[in-house]
Design a protein around this ligand. Structure first.
Ligand code: PMT
Length: 399
Protein backbone atom coordinates (compact mmCIF):
# COMPACT_ATOMS: atom_id res chain seq x y z
CA UNK A 1 0.00 0.00 0.00
CA UNK A 2 2.86 2.37 0.81
CA UNK A 3 4.25 1.91 -2.70
CA UNK A 4 1.29 3.92 -3.97
CA UNK A 5 2.06 6.75 -1.56
CA UNK A 6 4.04 9.72 -2.75
CA UNK A 7 6.03 11.83 -0.34
CA UNK A 8 7.79 15.06 -1.14
CA UNK A 9 10.59 15.80 1.30
CA UNK A 10 11.47 19.49 1.53
CA UNK A 11 14.98 20.08 2.83
CA UNK A 12 16.00 23.42 4.27
CA UNK A 13 19.40 24.62 5.40
CA UNK A 14 20.44 23.28 8.79
CA UNK A 15 23.09 20.86 9.96
CA UNK A 16 20.39 18.18 10.43
CA UNK A 17 20.35 17.85 6.62
CA UNK A 18 22.58 14.81 7.09
CA UNK A 19 19.74 13.13 9.01
CA UNK A 20 17.34 13.99 6.18
CA UNK A 21 19.50 11.75 3.98
CA UNK A 22 18.74 8.84 6.32
CA UNK A 23 15.05 9.81 6.36
CA UNK A 24 14.84 9.79 2.55
CA UNK A 25 16.68 6.48 2.41
CA UNK A 26 14.35 4.90 5.03
CA UNK A 27 11.22 6.19 3.28
CA UNK A 28 12.40 4.81 -0.04
CA UNK A 29 13.28 1.46 1.59
CA UNK A 30 9.82 1.51 3.22
CA UNK A 31 8.17 1.55 -0.20
CA UNK A 32 7.26 5.21 -0.62
CA UNK A 33 7.83 7.12 -3.84
CA UNK A 34 10.04 9.97 -2.67
CA UNK A 35 10.73 13.30 -4.36
CA UNK A 36 13.06 15.87 -2.86
CA UNK A 37 13.03 19.66 -3.02
CA UNK A 38 16.07 21.47 -1.63
CA UNK A 39 16.42 25.13 -0.79
CA UNK A 40 19.58 27.04 -1.68
CA UNK A 41 20.76 26.94 1.95
CA UNK A 42 20.22 23.17 2.15
CA UNK A 43 22.55 22.77 -0.83
CA UNK A 44 25.29 24.53 1.16
CA UNK A 45 25.30 21.49 3.47
CA UNK A 46 24.76 18.55 1.09
CA UNK A 47 24.70 18.38 -2.70
CA UNK A 48 21.47 17.38 -4.49
CA UNK A 49 23.17 14.32 -5.98
CA UNK A 50 23.05 12.65 -2.53
CA UNK A 51 19.27 12.91 -2.45
CA UNK A 52 18.97 12.01 -6.11
CA UNK A 53 20.73 8.71 -5.47
CA UNK A 54 18.83 7.99 -2.24
CA UNK A 55 15.39 8.85 -3.63
CA UNK A 56 15.90 7.53 -7.15
CA UNK A 57 14.42 10.77 -8.52
CA UNK A 58 15.99 13.98 -9.70
CA UNK A 59 16.04 16.69 -7.04
CA UNK A 60 14.15 19.97 -7.61
CA UNK A 61 15.85 23.15 -6.55
CA UNK A 62 14.70 26.03 -8.76
CA UNK A 63 11.36 27.80 -8.98
CA UNK A 64 12.15 29.05 -12.46
CA UNK A 65 13.46 26.02 -14.30
CA UNK A 66 13.14 26.38 -18.08
CA UNK A 67 13.54 22.62 -18.50
CA UNK A 68 10.48 21.88 -16.36
CA UNK A 69 8.16 24.78 -17.20
CA UNK A 70 6.91 27.61 -14.99
CA UNK A 71 4.06 25.78 -13.28
CA UNK A 72 6.09 22.90 -11.88
CA UNK A 73 5.20 24.05 -8.34
CA UNK A 74 1.53 23.29 -9.05
CA UNK A 75 2.35 19.80 -10.25
CA UNK A 76 4.63 19.24 -7.24
CA UNK A 77 1.97 20.54 -4.87
CA UNK A 78 -0.87 18.37 -6.15
CA UNK A 79 1.10 15.20 -6.84
CA UNK A 80 2.16 13.99 -3.33
CA UNK A 81 0.11 12.45 -0.51
CA UNK A 82 2.26 14.31 2.01
CA UNK A 83 4.91 17.03 2.09
CA UNK A 84 7.47 16.65 4.88
CA UNK A 85 9.86 19.50 5.70
CA UNK A 86 12.86 18.00 7.50
CA UNK A 87 14.80 19.73 8.80
CA UNK A 88 12.53 22.78 9.00
CA UNK A 89 14.50 25.91 9.87
CA UNK A 90 13.18 28.97 11.69
CA UNK A 91 13.30 30.69 8.30
CA UNK A 92 10.93 28.31 6.47
CA UNK A 93 8.52 28.28 9.43
CA UNK A 94 8.50 32.07 9.45
CA UNK A 95 7.97 32.32 5.72
CA UNK A 96 5.07 29.88 5.54
CA UNK A 97 3.41 31.28 8.69
CA UNK A 98 3.49 34.72 7.09
CA UNK A 99 2.45 33.81 3.57
CA UNK A 100 5.82 34.27 1.90
CA UNK A 101 6.48 32.05 -1.12
CA UNK A 102 9.75 33.15 -2.66
CA UNK A 103 11.40 29.88 -3.69
CA UNK A 104 10.31 26.49 -5.02
CA UNK A 105 9.73 24.85 -1.62
CA UNK A 106 7.65 27.62 -0.06
CA UNK A 107 5.66 27.99 -3.29
CA UNK A 108 4.91 24.27 -3.33
CA UNK A 109 3.84 24.39 0.35
CA UNK A 110 1.57 27.34 -0.40
CA UNK A 111 -0.10 25.50 -3.27
CA UNK A 112 -0.28 22.11 -1.50
CA UNK A 113 -3.53 20.21 -1.38
CA UNK A 114 -2.15 17.45 0.88
CA UNK A 115 -1.11 17.54 4.56
CA UNK A 116 2.20 19.30 5.29
CA UNK A 117 4.39 18.07 8.15
CA UNK A 118 7.14 20.24 9.66
CA UNK A 119 10.02 18.68 11.61
CA UNK A 120 11.84 21.70 13.07
CA UNK A 121 15.53 21.56 13.94
CA UNK A 122 17.62 24.52 15.04
CA UNK A 123 19.67 26.03 17.85
CA UNK A 124 17.87 26.00 21.22
CA UNK A 125 17.73 29.81 21.49
CA UNK A 126 16.30 30.09 18.00
CA UNK A 127 13.74 27.42 18.82
CA UNK A 128 12.71 29.16 22.04
CA UNK A 129 12.57 32.57 20.37
CA UNK A 130 9.09 34.03 20.85
CA UNK A 131 8.74 34.77 17.13
CA UNK A 132 9.53 31.16 16.17
CA UNK A 133 7.12 29.88 18.82
CA UNK A 134 4.44 32.25 17.56
CA UNK A 135 4.98 31.04 13.99
CA UNK A 136 4.71 27.40 15.11
CA UNK A 137 1.49 28.17 17.00
CA UNK A 138 0.09 29.96 13.92
CA UNK A 139 0.95 27.04 11.65
CA UNK A 140 -0.57 24.52 14.06
CA UNK A 141 -3.77 26.59 14.21
CA UNK A 142 -3.87 26.58 10.41
CA UNK A 143 -3.75 22.77 10.40
CA UNK A 144 -0.07 22.15 9.60
CA UNK A 145 1.31 19.04 11.29
CA UNK A 146 4.44 18.90 13.45
CA UNK A 147 6.91 16.48 14.93
CA UNK A 148 8.58 18.59 17.58
CA UNK A 149 12.37 18.57 17.99
CA UNK A 150 14.06 16.46 20.63
CA UNK A 151 16.40 17.46 23.43
CA UNK A 152 20.11 16.74 23.63
CA UNK A 153 23.51 18.00 22.52
CA UNK A 154 23.12 20.27 19.52
CA UNK A 155 25.61 20.72 16.69
CA UNK A 156 26.38 24.23 17.96
CA UNK A 157 27.84 22.65 21.10
CA UNK A 158 25.10 23.55 23.59
CA UNK A 159 22.57 21.16 25.07
CA UNK A 160 18.85 21.82 24.81
CA UNK A 161 15.75 21.46 22.72
CA UNK A 162 16.20 21.77 18.97
CA UNK A 163 17.66 18.59 17.49
CA UNK A 164 15.67 16.93 14.73
CA UNK A 165 13.21 14.43 16.28
CA UNK A 166 14.19 10.75 16.14
CA UNK A 167 13.62 9.39 12.64
CA UNK A 168 11.49 6.60 14.12
CA UNK A 169 9.02 9.22 15.45
CA UNK A 170 9.01 11.13 12.17
CA UNK A 171 8.35 7.97 10.15
CA UNK A 172 5.60 6.91 12.56
CA UNK A 173 3.89 10.27 12.10
CA UNK A 174 4.33 10.09 8.30
CA UNK A 175 2.69 6.66 8.20
CA UNK A 176 -0.22 7.83 10.35
CA UNK A 177 -0.78 10.77 7.97
CA UNK A 178 -0.58 8.90 4.68
CA UNK A 179 -2.25 5.63 5.51
CA UNK A 180 -4.44 5.98 8.56
CA UNK A 181 -5.17 2.44 9.71
CA UNK A 182 -8.68 1.57 10.82
CA UNK A 183 -7.67 -1.02 13.39
CA UNK A 184 -10.08 0.28 16.04
CA UNK A 185 -13.25 -0.12 14.02
CA UNK A 186 -16.00 -1.78 16.08
CA UNK A 187 -14.56 -0.49 19.38
CA UNK A 188 -15.86 2.32 21.55
CA UNK A 189 -13.26 4.54 23.20
CA UNK A 190 -14.09 7.04 25.92
CA UNK A 191 -11.60 9.86 26.55
CA UNK A 192 -11.84 12.47 29.27
CA UNK A 193 -9.90 15.67 28.73
CA UNK A 194 -9.20 19.11 30.10
CA UNK A 195 -9.71 20.49 33.58
CA UNK A 196 -12.81 20.59 35.72
CA UNK A 197 -13.99 23.87 37.21
CA UNK A 198 -15.54 23.97 40.67
CA UNK A 199 -17.57 27.11 41.38
CA UNK A 200 -17.01 29.19 44.49
CA UNK A 201 -19.64 31.74 43.53
CA UNK A 202 -21.06 32.97 40.18
CA UNK A 203 -17.76 34.76 39.48
CA UNK A 204 -14.93 32.57 40.83
CA UNK A 205 -13.96 28.95 40.60
CA UNK A 206 -11.21 26.44 41.41
CA UNK A 207 -9.52 24.82 38.43
CA UNK A 208 -6.10 23.66 37.15
CA UNK A 209 -3.73 24.14 34.22
CA UNK A 210 -4.98 21.41 31.88
CA UNK A 211 -5.62 22.68 28.34
CA UNK A 212 -7.08 19.45 26.98
CA UNK A 213 -4.31 18.99 24.35
CA UNK A 214 -3.35 15.51 25.55
CA UNK A 215 -6.93 14.24 25.68
CA UNK A 216 -7.95 15.79 22.37
CA UNK A 217 -4.92 14.13 20.75
CA UNK A 218 -6.02 10.73 22.09
CA UNK A 219 -9.62 11.27 20.98
CA UNK A 220 -8.48 12.41 17.50
CA UNK A 221 -6.21 9.38 17.12
CA UNK A 222 -8.96 6.96 18.23
CA UNK A 223 -11.52 8.46 15.83
CA UNK A 224 -8.93 8.41 13.02
CA UNK A 225 -8.42 4.70 13.62
CA UNK A 226 -12.13 4.03 13.26
CA UNK A 227 -13.22 3.81 16.92
CA UNK A 228 -16.54 5.23 18.00
CA UNK A 229 -15.09 7.95 20.20
CA UNK A 230 -16.70 9.79 23.10
CA UNK A 231 -14.81 12.85 24.28
CA UNK A 232 -15.96 14.06 27.68
CA UNK A 233 -14.30 17.40 28.08
CA UNK A 234 -13.95 20.08 30.69
CA UNK A 235 -13.73 23.67 29.42
CA UNK A 236 -11.01 24.18 26.77
CA UNK A 237 -10.47 26.46 23.79
CA UNK A 238 -9.68 23.54 21.48
CA UNK A 239 -11.60 22.57 18.38
CA UNK A 240 -12.89 19.01 18.86
CA UNK A 241 -11.29 16.46 16.51
CA UNK A 242 -13.33 15.30 13.51
CA UNK A 243 -15.56 12.31 14.10
CA UNK A 244 -15.81 12.42 17.90
CA UNK A 245 -18.95 12.74 19.98
CA UNK A 246 -18.22 15.67 22.28
CA UNK A 247 -19.86 15.90 25.70
CA UNK A 248 -19.04 19.18 27.44
CA UNK A 249 -18.94 19.27 31.23
CA UNK A 250 -17.71 21.76 33.80
CA UNK A 251 -17.52 20.17 37.23
CA UNK A 252 -16.15 16.84 38.45
CA UNK A 253 -19.70 15.86 39.42
CA UNK A 254 -20.89 16.46 35.83
CA UNK A 255 -17.91 14.50 34.47
CA UNK A 256 -18.75 11.68 36.88
CA UNK A 257 -22.38 11.57 35.63
CA UNK A 258 -21.38 11.60 31.95
CA UNK A 259 -18.67 8.95 32.37
CA UNK A 260 -20.81 6.57 34.43
CA UNK A 261 -23.74 6.80 32.02
CA UNK A 262 -21.63 5.67 29.04
CA UNK A 263 -19.19 3.31 30.79
CA UNK A 264 -21.12 0.03 30.29
CA UNK A 265 -20.89 0.35 26.47
CA UNK A 266 -17.24 1.27 26.32
CA UNK A 267 -14.21 -0.91 25.42
CA UNK A 268 -11.33 1.42 26.26
CA UNK A 269 -11.20 4.38 28.65
CA UNK A 270 -8.35 6.90 28.57
CA UNK A 271 -8.64 9.34 31.45
CA UNK A 272 -6.39 12.26 30.67
CA UNK A 273 -8.63 14.80 32.42
CA UNK A 274 -7.24 16.66 35.40
CA UNK A 275 -10.20 16.28 37.75
CA UNK A 276 -10.41 18.48 40.83
CA UNK A 277 -10.13 16.31 43.93
CA UNK A 278 -12.02 18.89 46.00
CA UNK A 279 -14.85 21.37 45.44
CA UNK A 280 -16.14 24.21 47.59
CA UNK A 281 -18.59 22.76 50.12
CA UNK A 282 -21.30 25.32 49.44
CA UNK A 283 -20.99 27.32 46.24
CA UNK A 284 -22.54 30.72 46.92
CA UNK A 285 -25.37 31.79 44.63
CA UNK A 286 -24.32 35.44 45.18
CA UNK A 287 -20.94 37.01 44.53
CA UNK A 288 -18.92 36.84 47.75
CA UNK A 289 -18.06 40.30 49.08
CA UNK A 290 -14.63 41.06 50.42
CA UNK A 291 -14.23 42.03 54.04
CA UNK A 292 -11.42 42.64 56.50
CA UNK A 293 -9.27 39.66 57.42
CA UNK A 294 -8.74 36.28 55.77
CA UNK A 295 -11.41 34.15 54.13
CA UNK A 296 -11.63 30.39 54.68
CA UNK A 297 -13.13 28.17 52.06
CA UNK A 298 -14.46 24.78 53.18
CA UNK A 299 -13.78 22.07 50.57
CA UNK A 300 -15.27 18.61 50.25
CA UNK A 301 -13.98 15.60 48.28
CA UNK A 302 -15.13 14.97 44.74
CA UNK A 303 -15.75 11.38 43.68
CA UNK A 304 -12.66 9.63 42.29
CA UNK A 305 -14.14 8.76 38.91
CA UNK A 306 -11.31 6.52 37.78
CA UNK A 307 -11.20 4.54 41.02
CA UNK A 308 -14.92 3.92 40.67
CA UNK A 309 -14.48 2.76 37.06
CA UNK A 310 -11.75 0.40 38.31
CA UNK A 311 -14.15 -1.04 40.88
CA UNK A 312 -16.77 -1.72 38.19
CA UNK A 313 -14.30 -2.94 35.56
CA UNK A 314 -15.56 -5.73 33.40
CA UNK A 315 -14.18 -6.12 29.86
CA UNK A 316 -12.91 -2.54 29.63
CA UNK A 317 -9.27 -1.55 29.33
CA UNK A 318 -8.68 1.30 31.75
CA UNK A 319 -5.86 3.77 31.17
CA UNK A 320 -5.22 6.46 33.76
CA UNK A 321 -2.88 9.43 33.77
CA UNK A 322 -0.89 10.83 36.65
CA UNK A 323 0.51 14.34 36.85
CA UNK A 324 3.28 14.24 39.45
CA UNK A 325 5.94 16.62 40.73
CA UNK A 326 7.95 14.05 42.76
CA UNK A 327 8.29 10.26 43.28
CA UNK A 328 6.76 9.66 39.86
CA UNK A 329 7.08 5.89 39.74
CA UNK A 330 6.15 5.26 43.40
CA UNK A 331 3.02 7.46 43.25
CA UNK A 332 2.03 6.08 39.85
CA UNK A 333 2.34 2.48 40.99
CA UNK A 334 0.06 3.26 43.91
CA UNK A 335 -2.50 4.75 41.51
CA UNK A 336 -2.35 1.95 38.94
CA UNK A 337 -2.93 -0.76 41.57
CA UNK A 338 -5.21 1.29 43.85
CA UNK A 339 -7.55 2.18 40.97
CA UNK A 340 -7.39 -1.25 39.27
CA UNK A 341 -6.01 0.15 35.98
CA UNK A 342 -4.47 -1.73 33.08
CA UNK A 343 -1.72 0.84 32.86
CA UNK A 344 -1.02 4.41 33.75
CA UNK A 345 0.62 7.19 31.77
CA UNK A 346 2.77 9.11 34.23
CA UNK A 347 4.14 12.57 33.51
CA UNK A 348 6.51 14.55 35.69
CA UNK A 349 5.04 17.98 35.07
CA UNK A 350 8.20 19.74 36.31
CA UNK A 351 10.09 18.59 33.18
CA UNK A 352 10.34 20.99 30.23
CA UNK A 353 8.24 19.69 27.35
CA UNK A 354 6.01 17.58 29.62
CA UNK A 355 2.56 17.95 31.13
CA UNK A 356 0.22 20.91 30.99
CA UNK A 357 -0.14 23.08 27.91
CA UNK A 358 2.81 21.85 25.85
CA UNK A 359 2.45 20.19 22.45
CA UNK A 360 4.80 17.44 23.62
CA UNK A 361 4.96 15.13 26.60
CA UNK A 362 7.54 12.92 28.32
CA UNK A 363 5.90 9.97 30.04
CA UNK A 364 6.40 6.55 31.55
CA UNK A 365 3.91 3.74 31.10
CA UNK A 366 3.51 2.13 34.54
CA UNK A 367 1.92 -1.34 34.83
CA UNK A 368 0.26 -3.05 37.81
CA UNK A 369 3.15 -5.56 38.12
CA UNK A 370 5.58 -2.68 38.62
CA UNK A 371 6.99 -2.75 35.07
CA UNK A 372 7.85 0.70 33.71
CA UNK A 373 8.35 1.76 30.08
CA UNK A 374 10.08 5.12 29.53
CA UNK A 375 8.94 7.07 26.47
CA UNK A 376 11.14 9.79 24.95
CA UNK A 377 9.91 13.37 24.49
CA UNK A 378 7.32 13.16 21.75
CA UNK A 379 4.51 15.11 20.22
CA UNK A 380 1.22 14.53 22.05
CA UNK A 381 -0.29 13.25 18.76
CA UNK A 382 2.42 10.58 18.48
CA UNK A 383 2.10 9.67 22.16
CA UNK A 384 -1.66 9.36 21.69
CA UNK A 385 -1.04 6.67 19.07
CA UNK A 386 1.37 4.82 21.35
CA UNK A 387 -1.18 4.82 24.18
CA UNK A 388 -3.86 3.45 21.86
CA UNK A 389 -1.48 0.79 20.46
CA UNK A 390 -0.90 -0.42 24.02
CA UNK A 391 -4.58 -0.28 25.02
CA UNK A 392 -5.61 -2.07 21.83
CA UNK A 393 -3.09 -4.89 22.39
CA UNK A 394 -4.45 -5.39 25.94
CA UNK A 395 -8.01 -5.32 24.65
CA UNK A 396 -7.25 -7.95 22.00
CA UNK A 397 -5.75 -10.24 24.68
CA UNK A 398 -9.03 -10.00 26.58
CA UNK A 399 -11.18 -11.17 23.64
O1 PMT B 1 -4.46 18.89 29.08
P1 PMT B 1 -2.97 19.17 28.83
O2 PMT B 1 -2.65 20.64 28.98
O3 PMT B 1 -2.50 18.59 27.53
O4 PMT B 1 -2.14 18.46 30.00
C1 PMT B 1 -2.10 17.06 30.06
C2 PMT B 1 -2.19 16.57 31.51
C3 PMT B 1 -0.99 17.05 32.31
C4 PMT B 1 -3.49 17.07 32.16
C5 PMT B 1 -2.23 15.00 31.44
O5 PMT B 1 -1.04 14.56 30.83
C6 PMT B 1 -2.36 14.38 32.83
O6 PMT B 1 -1.38 14.11 33.52
N1 PMT B 1 -3.63 14.13 33.27
C7 PMT B 1 -3.93 13.62 34.61
C8 PMT B 1 -3.87 14.73 35.61
C9 PMT B 1 -4.35 14.30 36.96
O7 PMT B 1 -5.40 14.73 37.36
O8 PMT B 1 -3.63 13.42 37.58
P2 PMT B 1 -4.06 12.81 39.05
O9 PMT B 1 -2.83 12.13 39.49
O10 PMT B 1 -4.62 13.88 39.90
O11 PMT B 1 -5.20 11.76 38.73
C10 PMT B 1 -4.90 10.41 38.41
C11 PMT B 1 -5.98 9.86 37.50
O12 PMT B 1 -7.22 9.79 38.20
C12 PMT B 1 -6.22 10.67 36.24
O13 PMT B 1 -6.44 9.76 35.17
C13 PMT B 1 -7.53 11.44 36.56
O14 PMT B 1 -8.31 11.67 35.39
C14 PMT B 1 -8.24 10.49 37.51
N2 PMT B 1 -9.05 11.18 38.53
C15 PMT B 1 -8.48 11.99 39.45
C16 PMT B 1 -9.26 12.58 40.43
C17 PMT B 1 -10.65 12.34 40.44
N3 PMT B 1 -11.42 12.90 41.36
N4 PMT B 1 -11.19 11.54 39.51
C18 PMT B 1 -10.43 10.95 38.56
O15 PMT B 1 -10.94 10.22 37.72
Amino acid sequence: MLAEKKITVGITGGIAVFKAAQLVSSLKAGGFEVNVIMTRSAQEFVKPITFQVLSGNSVRTELFDPMRGVVQHIELATHPDLIVIAPATANVLGKVANGIADDLLTTVIMAASCPVLFCPAMNVNMYNNAVVQRNIATLRELGYEFVEPGTGRLACGVAGRGRLADLELIIEKIKSLVSPCRDMEGLTVMVTAGPTVEPIDPVRYITNRSTGKMGYAVAGAAAGRGAKTLLISGPTVLKPPDGVELINVETAAQMYEAVMKRYPDVDIVVKTAAVADYRPKDASSQKLKKHEGPLSLALVRNPDILAELGGKKNKQVLVGFAAETSDLEKNSLQKVTGKNLDFLVANDITQAGAGFGSDTNIVKFVYPDGAVKQMPLMDKTVLARRILDEALALRRKRE
